[in-house]
Ligand binder design. Structure first.
Ligand SMILES: [Fe+2]
Ligand SMILES: [Fe+2]
Length: 181
């Protein structure tokens, strides 16, 4: 096994709700997200798994399918650019765009390389940076994703992963899974 293991609990839990989750989580390209830091305390793959879990928890209330909720959660930040590193690169090596704007679009392009997405799922991923980016969610799935992403990002940036788990457990969220093996 490599040093980027994820727990079988995590793979099994998400796959139970979306059969394609295992293929995504074991995809070599997708697993590179473990090497890209996210917020203060985590990496992009673990962040995406947390968003998938919160999406799953709220899917019923937003009347969206569990399958789409898990799928867009896992794939919404599938962009292999390190935005912490970018400002320190030579101008010629930097991505020409602004991360908040281009990473949802690149996430859809990369996601289409490993699974099929509906138009609603693509639009949900592209609008997940609202209101920081101007693309407004146009579906319940889109609103769910942008809200779950903000919840998870807030914990990761300001309170830490343990606080996130405590909050999820006290909310009765059974979707909290052990991410690292
Ligand atoms: Fe994002
Ligand atoms: Fe995100």
């Amino acid at each position: 096994m490599d040093d980027m293991q994820i727990s079988e609990d995590c793979v099994g839990y998400l796959t139970k709700h979306y059969s394609g989750a295992e293929d995504i989580l074991r995809n070599v390209g997708y697993r590179q997200l473990r090497n890209f830091p996210r917020h203060k305390y985590t990496n992009t793959m673990d962040h995406s798994i947390r968003v998938a879990c919160v999406n799953l928890y709220l899917a019923d209330r937003f009347h969206v399918s569990e399958e789409s909720a898990v799928k867009v959660g896992l794939l919404h930040d599938f962009c292999l650019v390190d935005y912490y590193e970018e400002p320190h690169l030579d101008k010629s090596e930097r991505h020409p765009g602004i991360y908040a704007f281009y990473h949802p679009v690149e996430a859809v392009e990369n996601a289409e390389g490993i699974c099929e997405l509906t138009e609603t799922e693509k639009k949900a991923i592209k609008s997940h940076m609202f209101p920081l980016a101007v693309r407004i969610p146009t579906s319940r799935l889109g609103w769910l994703l942008t809200i779950s992403d903000k919840i998870v990002a807030t914990y990761e940036s300001f309170y830490g992963i343990r606080a996130f788990h405590r909050a999820m457990i006290s909310a009765g969220n059974r979707a909290v899974v052990r991410i690292a093996a």
